[in-house]
Design a binder for this molecule. Structure first.
Ligand SMILES: Nc1ncnc2c1ncn2[C@@H]1O[C@H](COP(=O)(O)OP(=O)(O)OP(=O)(O)O)[C@@H](O)[C@H]1O
Ligand SMILES: [Mg+2]
Length: 474
């Protein structure tokens, strides 16, 4: 079995696709925005740290060498920062600070401004990655050395600016200030989540409204096609208005409907015209037959002519059925079925016991009462005529559709004839006798009527007899 996770309706599918696409674009946009913001915040953090480090350095550089440890210990620093005095810059476990960051820190230190006599003898910039720590070490001047800011690229120590070896006179103390930065996690920021949810909600509303609006004409077209299928002759044309594509589709639909209608009307007209025109020659033939001398031949001829007359009458009725416009009404299907059975029993009292109704007392449906009665009477009469019984069962509606089963005790219909018996004038050999004489239009008319109601008729052979199932929308 094919697993289909996509929603069935076009509107829901369109909304789903658009929402997924929209969410993706939102995430991307917000991510770019947040990453930029984090970069900016990081730059501010770095510069603030650089200024903090420069202030601390200045305090300690100004203090007497003997007091520096105490001054360093008392230096007020924010949580996460550390201040230490060592003989060497702490390099273990650290790596060279990335160039961009190093430039930002240096810029921060120089912007703060350090008097020339207090300038450090060297600055070492390092980082640790887990956790992300910035480490700035200043070589304290002690007033002994000229200010040093020379960059010596060959000192062999990445990221370190050190004085030349002859200037390195002991004791050279290093002041190290460190701070910890938090790694960036843009999606954890509450702003990110809130912006995403708000935008998705607004986007979802706009997308839903737009898709619904766009699909209204599709629904209208579907309803119109359905209505047209039920009632070719009387279905109203689609309004040709709205966006250009819809106008084109509506116009095409109306043209198609008009052509089909003209085709049906022409055919029906032809049928009724032939039927109508045949009546006069039949009457003439009947008059002439009266003058035939052979009594037996005359009787046979008149019987044939009677049959032809009946067929013509049925043809005219068939044509009239297609073109009549009986309005839809709320009727009680259960009562209608019982009435048909009662009337059939009145006409054929011998078989009254073979007629049976099972089902609810009432069942309201929308239908054209006379047409539906004609269709159901045809089916019940058939069951009695060819199957000696008519057991009618009315089932409760399922998904808006009621089902009527008509069962009999006859021979049924051979499978290869199941569809052909619905053709006009089609009769099976077994029924070609005077007793059951009919025109062969009954099933054709019945199915036309039921289909015009949006339902259908299906035949099936049972162990004994035929079962005719009629479905109708409530
Ligand atoms: N319940 C049934 N059992 C067996 N055969 C059937 C049954 N109903 C219809 N048929 C066969 O299908 C043929 C067509 O039926 P249909 O109702 O269209 O015409 P008809 O009954 O012969 O004539 P009409 O209904 O126009 O008076 C019948 O002639 C008959 O042979
Ligand atoms: Mg019939």
């Amino acid at each position: 079995m094919k697993l289909c996770l996509l929603p069935q309706s076009l509107a829901r599918r369109a909304i789903l696709f658009l929402l997924v696409g929209f969410a993706f674009i939102q995430l991307l946009g917000l991510l770019v925005h947040t990453v930029n913001q984090i970069k900016l915040e990081r730059l501010v953090d770095e510069q603030e740290f650089a200024t903090r480090a420069a202030i601390i350095y200045r305090h300690i550089a100004l203090a007497r060498p003997a007091d520096r440890a105490i001054v360093a210990a008392r230096e007020p620093v924010p949580r996460g920062d550390t201040v230490s005095l060592t003989l060497d810059p702490p390099l273990a476990g650290t790596v060279r600070m990335p160039l961009q960051m190093a430039e930002a820190i240096r810029a921060g230190i120089f912007t703060y401004g350090i008097p020339p006599d207090l300038r450090p003898r060297g600055i070492v910039l390092r980082v640790t990655t887990h956790p992300l720590r910035l480490i700035v070490s200043f070589g304290l001047p002690d007033g002994l050395f000229p200010p040093l800011f020379s960059h010596s690229p060959d000192d062999g120590l990445p990221g370190v600016t050190l004085p030349s070896p002859e200037q390195l006179l002991p004791p050279l103390m290093w002041l190290t200030v460190t701070t910890e930065l938090h790694p960036p996690a843009p999606w954890r920021s509450p702003g990110f989540a809130t912006a995403f949810v708000v935008m998705m909600l607004l986007g979802g509303i706009v997308i839903t409204l737009a898709v619904r609006q766009l699909l209204v004409p599709v629904k209208t077209l579907a309803v119109a096609a359905e209505r047209f299928g039920r009632d070719v002759v009387n279905a109203k044309p689609l309004p040709e208005e709205g966006p250009s594509e819809i106008v084109t589709a509506a116009r095409a639909f109306n043209t198609m409907a008009a052509r089909i209608r003209r085709f049906v009307e022409d055919r029906t007209f032809l049928l009724t015209a032939i039927g109508h025109d045949l009546r006069t020659p039949i009457t003439r033939l009947k008059l002439r037959a009266e003058y035939m001398e052979d009594e037996e031949q005359r009787a046979k001829m008149l019987a044939d002519l009677d049959e032809m007359e009946a067929m013509v009458a049925a043809t005219l009725a068939f044509g009239k059925d297609i073109t009549t416009t009986e309005p839809l009404a709320r009727i009680d299907l259960a009562s209608l079925l019982r009435t048909i059975l009662d009337e059939t029993a009145d006409v054929d009292p011998d078989h009254a016991a073979a007629l049976d109704y099972q089902g609810p007392q009432h069942m309201p449906v929308n239908a054209r009462p006379l047409a539906l009665k004609r269709a159901l009477s045809n089916l019940i009469t058939n069951a009695l005529k060819y199957g000696d019984a008519a057991r009618v069962t009315l089932h409760a509606p399922v998904k808006g559709v009621v089902r009527i089963d008509i069962e009999d005790d006859g021979p049924g219909i051979p499978p290869e004839e199941m569809e052909r018996v619905f053709e006009p004038f089609r009769r099976l050999e077994t029924s070609r006798n005077r007793e059951t004489g009919g025109s062969g239009l009954g099933l054709s008319i019945a199915r036309n009527i039921v289909r015009a109601h949006g339902g259908d008729i299906v035949l099936a052979n049972e162990v004994k007899g035929l079962r005719v199932t009629v479905t109708l929308p409530v």
